[in-house]
Design a protein around this ligand. Structure first.
Ligand code: NAD
Ligand code: IPM
Ligand code: MN
Length: 354
């Protein structure tokens, strides 16, 4: 039996549906996880005036991990909902790494149709606590002809060094290749600084082959030559944009998981899909739960439950490879629950039979 206590925040839109399926699969993989659900969401905001209570982070610290659905829904401006819940939690818990593996899974078709799983296996290491996502700035001279808005970026030495070093470590454990996303041709202060940190830390890892690419060219590289990429490290905004792009080339946003990792382990890490609440398909029961289920597997990996994590991964691959149960984004007619249940059943078989 599990000894873990996990907090869930299903949130908004399809976050609620896919989190239910991730819990179903986790219960099959590792029975006995103690779940505590928090109803923090845009609905909660409209009811109480806050996305989460002021002591929200304090209430979560005691958990071993957090499983988050998605945050944001029409009716509450996105900068209110996300800065009221997701972004403060990432920062409160020192989750400075946002890990986003992107793989072409068996039985699924890439938008790049001649690519196979061997060509498309990338780990995006996204800075998750500073960079372009900053509260520094404001609107000046509002309503006047000389009105202007400032939005500052923050690149600290500690923040850049720790994420770049983390990415080098991961690259050393994987294929030994690391590509840094820059844009030093357009951003004349932040990106040359980022590049200088990257170059300095590279000297500590002579075994890792490095590249630095402008983020626009790197976006094209993901589409044209994904096989040349292994680990990518990027700032908060670049990592965000590249991860949706990379998910799309594997067949869609429903496939890509994400872990907000606190590498020191002194606070819970938080697992979610790369995608959002998908208001366009919310309430229809047709969202693809695979991304959230793979995020659940990342959670088990982080907790040290490698066998249970591997069982989930294998079950997802087996069900997709068999191909008879697919959600609409994968060309099928199955519901979110149909696919979640099929994966949970396969996990149960794997756990029993080893
Ligand atoms: P989105 O990821 O929610 O949706 C983009 C497109 O992908 C939509 O067409 C959607 O239907 C499709 N899609 C996403 N997930 C899918 C799935 N599992 N199965 C099938 N199709 C899927 O992005 P958006 O529309 O830009 O954002 C919607 C809301 O979610 C906004 O409020 C945004 O701020 C928020 N958001 C939250 C998170 C998060 O909580 N981590 C992440 C991204 C966006
Ligand atoms: C993500 C999301 C968030 C981000 C938004 C909703 C603030 O897009 O997790 O990818 O940019 O971090
Ligand atoms: Mn995003």
């Amino acid at each position: 039996m599990s000894r873990y206590r996990v907090a869930t925040i299903p949130g908004d839109g399809i976050g609620v549906d896919v989190t239910a399926e991730a819990i179903r699969v986790l219960d099959a993989a590792l029975p006995g996880i103690e779940w505590t659900e928090f109803d923090w969401s845009c609905e909660n905001y409209l009811r109480t005036g806050a996305m989460m209570p002021a002591d929200g982070p304090d209430r979560l610290t005691e958990f071993d991990a957090i499983l988050l659905g998605a945050v944001g829904f029409p009716g509450v401006p996105d900068h209110i909902s996300l800065w009221g819940l997701l972004i403060p939690l990432r920062r409160a818990f020192g989750q400075y790494v946002n890990l986003r593996p992107v793989r072409l899974l068996p039985g699924t078709e890439s938008a790049l149709r001649d690519r196979t799983a061997a060509d498309l296996d990338i780990l995006i290491v996204r800075e998750n606590s500073e960079g372009e996502y900053s509260e520094i700035g404001g609107t000046h001279n509002p309503g006047r002809p000389d009105e202007f808005v400032l939005q500052e970026s923050v690149f600290t030495r500690v923040g850049c060094e720790r994420i770049i070093r983390y990415a080098f470590e991961r690259a050393a454990q994987r294929g030994g290749r690391l590509c840094s996303a820059t844009k030093s041709n357009g951003l004349i202060h932040s990106m040359p600084y980022w590049d200088s940190v990257f170059e300095r830390i590279a000297t500590e890892y002579p075994g890792v082959e490095t590249r630095q690419m402008h983020v626009d060219a790197l976006a094209a590289e993901i589409v044209l030559h994904p096989d040349r990429l292994d680990v990518i490290v990027g700032s908060n905004l670049f990592g965000d944009i590249l991860s949706d792009l990379a998910a799309a080339v594997t067949g869609g946003l429903g496939m890509a998981p994400s872990g907000n990792i606190n590498p020191s382990g002194d606070a819970p890490s938080m697992f979610e899909a790369v995608h959002g609440s998908a208001p366009d398909i919310a309430g229809q029961g047709i969202a693809n739960p695979v991304a959230q289920i793979l995020a659940a597997a990342m959670m088990l990996e982080q907790l040290g439950e490698h066998d249970a994590a591997a069982a989930i991964d294998r079950a997802v691959c087996d069900v997709l490879d068999k191909g008879d149960i697919r959600t609409a984004d994968l060309g099928g007619t199955a519901t979110t629950t149909d696919l979640g249940t099929a994966i949970a059943q396969r996990v149960a078989e794997l756990v029993v039979h080893g």
